[in-house]
Structure formats: structure tokens, C-alpha cells
Design a protein around this ligand. Sequence first.
Ligand SMILES: [Zn+2]
Length: 218
Amino acid sequence: MCVCDKITALKKFNKPKDIEVVFVIKKLKYGNTNTFFIRETGGGLLVDTDFAGTLPAFYKAIKRCDIKIGDISYVLATHYHPDHIGLVSELMKQRIKLLLIDTQKPYIHFADEIFRRDKRLDYESINIDKSIIISSKNSRKFLENMGIEGEIVSTPSHSEDSISLILNNGTCFVGDLEPIEYLEAYIHNVKLKKDWQLVMSYNPKIIYYAHANEKTLQ
Ligand SMILES: [Zn+2]
């Protein structure tokens, strides 16, 4: 029995005769950041990792959730703050490909200095040459090849490189986007308002945050 939170959403297929297929997403927590794993027919996508140095905890978490390292084809970071990408370079060494959105490219080494200050971490920075760079515009097609129906959009209010992954079944992963409940409190934050307008235009059913609890929308 997997002790991680298992998120199950329903996905509708029109062929051959309106079968409802269970679409499973796993929420992994092995530090301070919620990270997610989406398994589909064309491969598995990991959304975010925790801080550098959490690899042993990550291995334990995936084992508990019945995920093998070979099940993870790609890793996508919602943005390049240290608590979201600490394991990316380690995972790339294990043949997991980094899916990098073009708007994230200038920020890929944002955390390097922070990690280097802690010698115990023995941090190796991400090799950009080994990443797969796509634009948000091409993300739907890319995900489709993995069997994932959805899109990656730029939501830059938290940081310029922040993105959100929005699935057709209404599941959204927004990383560190300020929770929607706080929107009123940030009335003058035009960028935040714009991000939420974009996310809400997809009629999401559930929002997964990197640090807050998920929010189900009516
Ligand atoms: Zn952040």
C-alpha cells in the first residue's frame, strides 16, 4: 500500500465508446515541497523536486509510491528556485530528461550559488545542453506524445520563469503561485491577477500548490 497521497481524477475518452479511464497522479512529499508524478502511456512526468541533498528521501518516497526511477521519463520544474530543482541534475544523470520551457532558460542556474555555499551538498549544476527546450506554445503537442492531455503556460507573478501545468481533466499544478484565496489581499498585484485569470480560463477543478494544500474548485 502506497503511503503517499494518491490523486485520482477521471478522464474521458470518446473512443471506442465513452469509457472512463482512471488517471492517476501521485503526490510525493519528502521535504518541504510537494512534488507530483503523472504516469501515462507514453512515459512519466515528475513535476518539481525538493532541495538539493534530498535524494535519499526522494528514493524512499518513490519506493513507497511504487514508482521506479525508470518510470520517470521527464522532470519539469515549475520554476528554478532552490526548493524546486535541487535534484534535477542528479536525476538527469539517471537518464531522466529535463523538460525546460524557453522562458525558464535564463534562470536555470539561479540556485547554483545558494547550493554551492553549502559544501556538504556537493552540488553539481544542471547541464542545459542535455535538456529538452520547448515553448509553452508547443507544450500541448509535446505532452500529447506522452499521453498527457494538457498544456504548460507561463504564470510569471511569483518569478519570471514560473509556469503552470494545466491538464484537460481540470487538474492544475501551479508551483508557488500565490493561492487564489489571497487574490483579494493583493488587489494591486496586476501580474498575479493576470496569472489567475489565465489559469481560471481553463476551468480548473483542482489546484495543486507546491507548499499549500490543494484547493478543489466548484
Ligand atoms: Zn519559489
